[in-house]
Design a protein around this ligand. Structure first.
Ligand code: ATP
Ligand code: MG
Length: 405
């Protein structure tokens, strides 16, 4: 039986979603992760108002039934997704597959362009993937000739590729693949607090951990009279951009009013150690928020040596004696690598916004760059207030900004 070109689908009606690492999990875990991934894809499509009729799991793939041209692009934003392709579909019958390939191939391959057909197959069929690839190649050839074009096959270095994926009942034909972020679906690895500023680095650090399946709770320090006036606005906007990568959830941002601590700390801490003590307090507060939110870690945007104060000595002194699960995913990244990701994820333009003001008025001209191990602990001992009480009070006075994105 052969099908007429008038029977061919006019539109791509299916988006094939591929995922990677989670398919290596044991069956039970894989099942759960796939279900979460499917839900997350649905949330992403709904967030972007993409129309779809069904999302289906099927042996190592997720299929989105949608002819909305935005479906593939939006599905490719979901953590856990390795790649997506928008495809035409037909029954897994050689006549139908070759007719579909001929139709699509002859439309996309220009006169004289070299092409290749790549086929893969799963299930039980009377043909192999090589056989169907050859038959599709021939069908395209004939159709190109029929339409007055000169065909040329080149399997090594083609100008155009037609991909055929044959599954048990249905087959899919497509020509393009969009890369996804990879990683694990949001929500599979628990929650972490992120120390999120208005700067370039911390949103990127958060995003990288989100890519591994983490849900984030941003904690932003508003240093009040020591902060530039647009810092808070940038941090909150960055948080919203990050939330848009895991939409469909209730979110919260902790805005920590930190003016009182800064003022009191600076009464006993000399200028050199202000940054050290500011950081240490941020870590302590983040630890308290982490416990309150039943989260399991703290993410920062620290990158070794990026600014004079981010030295290994300082990082050690800042955390000496504290028992906190701090994660610094950018520690080994170069600035340009961080900027490239910031641009891709949509936080860069927010982070570089400036009104000419200094972002932190408490930063001294010459901050410590080579702190001795116990420097921060010794500064804390000099303080004339109780640090635990200050932590409690500061967390209690935090403004919690709630939103659904
Ligand atoms: P960023 O670009 O993320 O602001 P940075 O290069 O400016 O980082 P620092 O100011 O030394 O570096 O901050 C290091 C990390 O400390 C930040 O990446 C962030 O995780 C955290 N941090 C700094 N300032 C704040 C703030 N106001 N609120 C919350 N976290 C902060
Ligand atoms: Mg900063």
């Amino acid at each position: 039986m052969s099908i007429q070109s008038t029977d061919l689908p006019a539109k791509k009606t299916i988006v094939i979603v591929r995922y990677g690492e989670l398919s290596l999990k044991s069956k039970g875990v894989r099942d759960r992760y796939e279900q979460i991934l499917k839900n997350n894809i649905q949330q992403m499509l709904e967030y972007h108002n993409v129309a779809f009729s069904k999302i289906q799991r099927d042996f190592g793939r997720i299929f989105i039934h949608s002819s909305d041209p935005a479906a593939a692009e939006k599905a490719a934003l979901v953590f856990g997704v390795v790649s997506v392709s928008s495809a035409y579909t037909c029954p897994s019958d050689p006549a139908a597959i070759t007719a579909l390939c001929a139709e699509i191939g002859s439309e996309m391959i220009a006169d004289g362009e070299k092409y290749a057909v790549r086929a893969r197959r799963s299930g039980n069929h009377t043909f192999t993937s090589n056989e169907i690839a050859r038959q599709c190649g021939d069908a395209i050839w004939n159709k190109l000739v029929e339409t007055g074009k000169t065909p040329a096959v080149d399997l090594t270095n083609p100008d155009k590729e037609v991909f055929v994926e044959v599954r048990q009942t249905n087959s899919y034909v497509y020509s393009e693949t969009i890369k996804g972020p990879g990683g694990f679906p949001t929500g599979t690895q628990g929650k972490m607090v992120v120390l999120l500023s208005g700067g370039i680095d911390s949103p990127v650090a958060a995003w990288l951990m989100m890519k591994r399946g983490i849900e984030i709770i941003p904690v932003f320090f508003d240093n009040e009279e020591y902060a530039g006036s647009i810092v808070a606005e940038k941090a909150i906007e960055n948080a919203k951009v990050l939330f848009s990568w895991m939409p469909g959830r209730k979110q919260k941002i902790y805005r920590i009013k930190n003016g009182e601590y800064m003022k009191k700390m600076m009464q006993t801490t000399g200028p050199k150690n202000i940054c050290l003590m500011c950081k240490r307090f941020m870590f302590r507060i983040a630890g308290a928020v982490m416990e309150k939110e039943h989260a399991s870690g703290i993410i920062t945007g620290s990158s070794l040596g990026q600014v004079a104060s981010q030295t290994a000595e300082n990082m050690l002194s800042e955390t000496y004696g504290l028992s906190l699960p701090l994660y610094h995913p950018l520690l080994a990244f170069d600035k340009q690598e961080i900027i490239d990701i910031a641009q891709r994820i949509g936080t860069f333009d927010i982070s570089i916004r400036s009104n000419g003001e200094k972002e932190c008025l408490a930063v001294p001209d010459k901050p410590e760059v080579k702190a001795v191990l116990t420097a921060a602990v010794m500064e804390e001992e000099k303080m004339v207030f109780d640090i635990d009480e200050m932590i409690q009070k500061t967390v209690m006075n935090a403004e919690i900004i709630e939103m659904k994105i």
